[in-house]
Write a protein that binds this ligand. Structure first.
Ligand code: PEP
Ligand code: NA
Ligand code: MN
Length: 637
């Protein structure tokens, strides 16, 4: 009953002013959400975001004045943000799923084994943690109300969330990464939404030193999800994956729960359209762990003439089988790119470079004295741009991500290894014309991959959907800087979802198996490895634009071309000569494609141990059957 709601709300907001927007025009459910949480967190006032350019400009002006953002003068509307150096990555150890039943969240792993596919927190414990953080946590700060849509507003696959935050950096980034503002509220009406609550966790008056004008509370970080309630509570960190709650928290952890309930999938995948020289376009989705080059692959510039790649998404795919034609359709729920900056250059990803020449935010990168961004991987193009010799390049004045004077060749890195660009997807010159198609694009192949220096060939194709799901469940990769891990050890990252899993991983695998059954036309599943090395640690494959040669083979297989594949123990691999290697420097094909029996014997044993330890009795039997068959084929090699 609207009148009752309004009364209650008005009462609750009595002592909290509205800084901007019209509270009474919010849908009643949103009013109640805002009022309840304002009551809890006690902000200085409420700022309802409309999503307009003027609003963004006003916020930017204020942040520049306060020193939170620095204009990068070499570009139009580009800004640098330096965070507290303790707040630079996702914090997986503080990330939890909160459910009544433990095993709704995590697998029944054997006694004594630490589960890696998500962490569970009881409702009771969550209540305690919440009480220790959120009451009064926005004291003295504005509370921004961000209505946002994941996916095109009103689309059949899209979902709406409301994020409450005390970080204006979050407002700016959410405006780029999602469709944000009043239009979303119009579309929402009185429907439900995902409730997102974020606080940097440092109420005023602040008793500790704020570093780089970046309030945060590293000791008390908590990223908690209540999937049943469709609710996210994030405290203490302003970093992307912890604070832009539409992204990993909603579009993966919460959405995979919604997808399970509603019969679709939320995956850590890029989506790209690939047009061959004959003009035929196909779409593929690819899952790689963080920092394996999803963004680079999605925006690849083909080295072979006649091919065209266009990006639909670079990080997340929401996919649903269509009732009419049985095919799998995917949307990119995001509206921007939140990409790893270091390593991005005109050589490795020219289209990403074009995407962030304006209207972008750079977090924890370095800056040249001329107001350009800088990071590892840009040395060569900067040298060429300036026409410098090596000596001149070394004297170039750079301010590193910590705000210190720095020169090329100095110790340490200029930019944090997990420094990021936040750029509107629409600015990418090769954004696909259908990237905002509400119904999505039809997916013909799913590709898994990881950084595998050893043992794993450039590409192989699964024998069936079930075999493909097993391959996905066994994805491994070298560790990345995107979370708190260090070093180069190869880690399991099943389906590239390890850090983003929102419910019991065994049930998630079963959901995949179920969805691949007829009448659904399941896409073919492949595995790629761009990162295989020689024994003296040189890459065997050039990667980047040359990956089109592998995609060419994959798409021929999708089209049913048979005489290009050879059956091996692990899957179909390209017959010699069926991947176009023309114009490439010499490729050691034998080493690149070899399937060492000894390596795979050990890998199968390790895989079984992993699945038994980490999925345990929740592992679908069909997949153990697939593993048995793989083991048998490897033995017979
Ligand atoms: C993130 O940390 O916000 C993020 C996008 O992570 P990743 O690059 O690991 O996907
Ligand atoms: Na800062
Ligand atoms: Mn990602």
């Amino acid at each position: 009953d609207f009148s009752v709601v309004t009364e209650v709300v008005t009462h609750k907001l009595n002592h909290i002013p509205i800084f901007k927007g019209d509270f009474s025009s919010l849908p009643p459910k949103v009013q109640r959400f805002v009022a309840e949480k304002a009551e809890l967190m006690n902000p200085a006032g409420i700022y309802i975001c409309d999503g307009s350019q003027k609003e963004a400009d006003d916020i930017i002006d204020k942040l520049v004045e306060r020193g939170v953002l620095t204009p990068l003068k070499a570009y139009e509307n580009n800004y640098l943000c330096r965070t507290d150096p303790r707040d630079v990555a996702r914090v997986e150890s503080k990330t939890f799923m909160v459910t009544k039943e433990k095993y709704d969240s995590v697998c029944r792993v054997p006694e004594g084994v630490k589960g890696i596919m998500g962490q569970w927190m009881s409702e009771e414990q969550f209540g305690v943690e919440l009480d220790a953080r959120f009451p009064g946590c926005m004291n003295g700060r504005p509370m921004y109300v961000i209505p946002f849509s994941m996916g095109p507003i009103g689309g059949p696959l899209s979902k709406i969330g409301i994020e409450l935050t005390d970080s204006s950096y979050v407002v700016l980034c959410m405006r780029t990464m999602t469709r944000m503002g009043t239009k979303v509220l119009d579309s929402l009406g009185d429907n439900d939404f995902v409730r997102c609550i974020h606080s940097v966790g440092l109420p005023r008056p602040v008793r500790q030193k704020v570093i780089n004008h970046w309030p945060c509370n590293p000791e008390k970080v908590l990223i908690a999800h209540r999937p049943k309630e469709r609710e996210i509570w994030s405290f203490g960190s302003g970093y992307g994956g912890n604070s832009l709650l539409g992204k990993k928290c909603f579009a993966l952890r919460i959405a995979c729960n919604i997808g399970r309930d509603e019969g679709w999938m939320a995956e850590h995948m890029l989506i790209m359209g690939i047009t061959n020289p004959e003009g035929k376009e196909r779409f593929v989705a690819a899952a790689f762990p963080s920092a394996c080059g999803k963004t680079n692959l999605a925006m690849l510039e083909p080295s072979v003439p006649g091919w065209k790649v266009r990006v639909v998404g670079d990080d997340i795919a929401w996919m649903k089988f269509n009732k009419n034609d049985g095919r799998l359709y995917a949307i990119n729920p995001e509206a921007g790119f939140f990409g790893v900056a270091p390593g991005t250059s005109h050589k490795t990803n020219p289209m990403a470079m074009e995407s962030f020449q304006k209207n972008s935010i750079f977090t924890n990168v370095a800056e040249t004295a001329d107001g350009e961004y800088f990071w590892e991987g840009l040395e060569k193009e900067l040298k060429e741009k300036r026409g410098y010799n090596d000596e001149e390049l070394k004297h170039l004045e750079i301010t590193n991500w910590l705000g210190e004077r720095w020169h090329i060749g100095d110790a340490g890195k200029s930019a944090h290894p997990n420094s990021r660009f936040t750029a509107p997807a629409g600015q990418c010159p090769i954004i696909h014309p259908k990237w905002e198609a509400p119904e999505g694009v039809p997916i013909d192949a799913i590709i898994f991959g990881g950084r595998r220096p050893e043992g794993v060939p450039l590409v192989y194709e699964s024998f069936s959907w079930e075999h493909g799901v097993l391959i996905g469940s066994l994805v491994k990769s070298e560790a990345t800087a995107a979370a708190e891990y260090t070093g180069k050890q190869v880690m399991h990252d099943p389906m590239a979802m390890r850090p983003f899993m929102g419910y019991n991983f065994g049930r998630y695998l079963q959901h995949w198996l179920d969805l691949g059954k007829a009448p659904h036309k399941a896409p073919k599943i492949f595995h790629v490895n761009w990162f295989r090395e020689t024994s003296d640690h040189k890459f065997l494959w050039p990667g980047f634009g040359d990956n089109i040669r592998v995609l060419d083979w994959i798409l021929k297989r999708v089209d049913g071309v048979e005489d290009i594949a050879e059956k091996t123990a692990i899957g179909f691999i390209p017959k010699r000569g069926s991947v176009d290697l023309s114009e490439l420097p010499r490729i050691n094909w034998n080493e690149l494609m070899s399937i060492p029996k000894h390596y795979w014997e050990e890998d199968v044993v390790e895989s079984r141990q992993f699945l038994q330890a980490q999925v345990g009795p929740d592992m679908p039997k069909v997949l153990y059957d697939q593993l048995d068959q793989l083991e048998k084929r490897v033995k017979e090699m």
